[in-house]
Design a protein around this ligand. Structure first.
Ligand SMILES: Nc1ncnc2c1ncn2[C@@H]1O[C@H](COP(=O)(O)OP(=O)(O)OP(=O)(O)O)[C@@H](O)[C@H]1O
Ligand SMILES: [Mg+2]
Length: 256
């Protein structure tokens, strides 16, 4: 069987790999399962020239670190260095889990791809590594620009998808897809207006707009990249998609 996705970006949401309402807490069971699923897919199709990029979000590491820094009146370079360090610590754990599954991961910090400001990123380092058969792992990060500027993992996933001409862009989160008001997965979303805000009142800190922002950005990307299929899934959905089955929510702009 041919690979369901030959060129794929998988974004492991911070909500998946960390306990988002508990500062600096990794969800080890979910992280190892994610690594197992990705590892199985990688080992199966690597020899066919699979192109794979993994991105992860901030979860209870990045979002909390930025939130803490923002309690100060002035955020200086040292505060940003601390945010970057915390994200690097999370990335090392993600990388270790993937390398244990024999995925040749190379960590490329988000701040190295977008050192100036968001919207001004250079993905040549990432492309170079894909060409040489490595699997870049990049992640949501912060840079210093008169305070902290957040580079979101969702944005990096979209940039990476365009850089490697991905046929699949998969956002893996702790929910099985975009949910309607009754908590039922909406199989196809073509407008952010279809996304009710179900965040509720939990302790979780989120600074990059949650599910609605993700959908907005992904839909705007899909207008220019019609060949990229974009999904929002949980781990079970990721497993299904990588077996070539339908899962979660497919995001695509209405064709006009
Ligand atoms: N209509 C909705 N459908 C699905 N999830 C929703 C909806 N509304 C709000 N959410 C919340 O959005 C969360 C996913 O967005 P969030 O940004 O927290 O995750 P993430 O992108 O995986 O994490 P990170 O930003 O740390 O990478 C879910 O955990 C859910 O609680
Ligand atoms: Mg998010």
């Amino acid at each position: 069987m041919h690979a369901p996705c030959k060129s794929i970006v998988v974004k492991l949401g911070g909500s998946l790999i960390t306990e988002k309402d508990k500062p600096y807490t990794i969800a080890w069971d979910r992280l190892s399962r994610a690594a197992r699923i990705i590892g199985t897919y990688y080992r199966r199709y690597a020899e066919e020239g699979l192109r794979l990029v993994v991105v992860h979000g901030g979860g209870s590491y990045g979002h909390y670190a930025v939130h803490e820094a923002r309690q100060k009146v002035v955020i200086d370079q040292l505060d940003v260095a601390r945010i970057q360090l915390v994200m690097n610590e999370l990335a090392i754990k993600v990388a270790r889990s993937l390398i244990e599954e024999k995925v040749p991961v190379t960590i490329i910090p988000g701040h190295a791809l977008c050192p100036k400001r968001k919207g001004r990123c250079n993905l040549s380092l990432l492309i170079e590594n894909v060409v040489r058969g490595m699997v870049p792992l990049t992640y949501g990060d912060g840079i210093y620009n008169e305070g902290v500027v957040i580079i979101s993992g969702d944005d990096l996933a979209i940039l990476a998808a365009s850089a490697i001409n991905a046929d699949c862009l998969v956002f893996v989160s702790n929910v099985p897809g975009v949910l309607d008001e009754d908590g039922v997965v909406i199989p196809h979303v073509s407008s952010p207006n279809q996304v009710p805000d179900l965040t509720g009142t939990s302790n979780r800190v989120d600074l990059t707009g949650g599910m609605k922002a993700k959908v907005e950005k992904a839909l705007s990307f899909s207008r220019d990249y019609e060949d990229t299929r974009i999904f929002i899934v949980d781990l079970e959905g990721l497993e299904k998609l990588l077996r070539g089955e339908r899962a979660g929510t497919l995001l695509s702009s209405p064709s006009d």
